[in-house]
Write a protein that binds this ligand. Structure first.
Ligand code: SF4
Ligand code: SF4
Length: 450
């Protein structure tokens, strides 16, 4: 057991998974002088701030449209939550350290050196108030990809040891144990044995050869284990050669969310290596938004060359199978409102897939006012749901979702991301809301025509 387990034990019996004993503070990891932290952050900001980022920053015409696109600004009307403002220390580092006129800025002290107090304040902007949902990136008329830049800015914060502690703790646990929420290989094996027994279903583990490797999110393993049974039910029904692997199952990537690219790579490489070792042609990613993006869009960068297998989100896989006729579904007899997970729809391109599945369920799809690629984030992505001090802000942003889902007036709400689902569960408990968020995968498994 490390210090982090003692200081921040996991909280497993509450609606959302996080660590116990949260404290309101600006967090710092390790012991070192503030000056060193600022230097480490600025050096890393300058390193990551390449030509693309520089062009982005120079292109901003200060139109303010990104503010209207962000749920944290819209729900609070607080100008500090304007997306482009969150990148200010990044911009300062570029102008002072590596921009074309940096020598003038330095000589004349036109750009002041960022202070530790500013970085501490930016900790709450870069982590607590950005889910990297990309709505601002989509809206910006200059095409500035603020969400990606926030992800890069987090690298500098990690280098400085200035990460919200709960997020740092789950990321460190993922690096050390292979799972951010304590779903170690031993825990997974015990859960699979129990689920297979309880549901009288075959869940293959550690096959040396399989066409399909299934990845899981730790939220599913620890909180929504029925989704594992649903996955098995669908894949067994299709008669596929598939497996789970105890050396590569964790799809959740807190290296990516915390800003540690080495940890991000370590976590991705376990999945990639497991897929290669069992000669998988396809890796199916679970109902988890950022996990999907981490392998689908960033996996090849981590591997250093094209991945030797296809990556699909489970909703894309289900859509393919209902369209090919290999999966036939009973009519649900209910209307559905679908909550698009940002990383799967807007940032992942799989916006139509869940709608095709809902259509195959014979359900009447009642869209929210802003939907598909323009859907509002649940407020819990990007690791925000782990940060306790962000709870009041997150709940405020969640009100947009509640209002829009209520206005859509469907019988049930459905999504395809377990992180969204736990944010909805938490919001439901907080507001005593009468809506429960359901899983698309579980709906399919429950309505399969065998
Ligand atoms: S929408 Fe784009 S151009 Fe307008 S203020 Fe935001 S970042 Fe700048
Ligand atoms: S990525 Fe999403 S949460 Fe972050 S600033 Fe943009 S709109 Fe706001």
């Amino acid at each position: 057991m490390s210090d982090i387990d003692t200081l921040h034990p996991l909280e497993l019996d509450t609606p959302r998974l996080s660590v116990e004993n949260p404290q309101t503070r600006y967090d710092k990891q390790g012991e070192r002088p503030d000056e060193e932290r600022v230097t480490a952050a600025m050096q890393r900001f300058a390193k990551d701030f390449g030509r693309t980022a520089a062009t982005y920053m120079e292109s901003c015409i200060h139109c303010g449209q990104c503010a209207q696109a962000c749920h944290f600004y819209t729900s609070t009307q607080n100008p500090k939550y304007t997306p482009i403002w969150k990148l200010e220390p990044f911009k300062q580092a570029y102008k002072r350290e590596s921009g074309a006129f940096s020598f003038i800025y330095k000589a004349l002290n036109l750009k002041h050196k960022v202070t530790i107090e500013e970085l501490e304040e930016w900790q709450t902007l870069l982590y607590d108030s950005c889910t990297m949902c990309g709505r601002c990136s989509l809206i910006c008329p200059m095409g500035i990809d603020i969400a990606t830049l926030v992800g890069q800015a987090r690298h500098g914060m990690f280098a400085a040891g200035l990460v919200p502690h709960e997020l740092w703790a789950v990321a460190e646990r993922a690096e050390r144990e292979g799972s951010p929420l304590g779903a170690t290989a031993k825990v997974l094996k015990e859960r699979i044995d129990w689920l297979a027994d309880e549901n009288e279903i075959e869940i293959p583990m550690d096959k040396s050869q399989a066409d399909v490797l299934i990845a899981l999110s730790s939220i599913e393993i620890m909180k929504y284990p029925q989704s594992i049974v649903s996955t098995a039910k669908v894949l067994n029904h299709l008669g596929l050669s598939w497996t789970l692997r105890s050396d590569g199952y964790e799809a959740t990537n807190f290296g990516l969310l915390s800003g540690n690219s080495e940890w991000q790579k370590d976590l991705s490489m376990k999945l990639i290596q497991a897929a290669i070792d069992c000669s998988a042609k396809l890796v199916i990613m679970p109902e988890c938004g950022h996990a999907y993006g981490a392998l689908r869009w960033q996996g090849a960068n981590m591997y250093g060359k094209p991945l030797p297998f296809q990556v699909l989100h489970i909703s894309e896989f289900l859509a393919e199978k209902v369209q090919s006729g290999e999966i036939k579904l009973k009519a649900l007899g209910k209307s559905i409102t679908f909550h698009d997970p940002c990383q799967i729809s807007r940032r992942g391109g799989a916006t139509q897939a869940p709608r095709d599945v809902i259509h195959a369920l014979g359900a009447d799809l009642k869209e929210t006012q802003d939907t598909g690629d323009l859907n509002w984030c649940c407020g819990g992505g990007g690791g925000v749901v782990t940060i306790h001090r962000a709870d009041p802000l997150r709940h405020k942003a969640f009100e947009i979702k509640m209002q829009q889902i209520d206005a859509a007036g469907a019988d049930i709400a459905v999504t395809s991301c377990s992180n969204c689902r736990q944010t909805f569960d938490d919001g439901q408990a907080h507001f005593q809301w009468d809506k429960t968020m359901h899983s698309l995968l579980e709906l399919v498994a429950d309505n399969l025509i065998e």
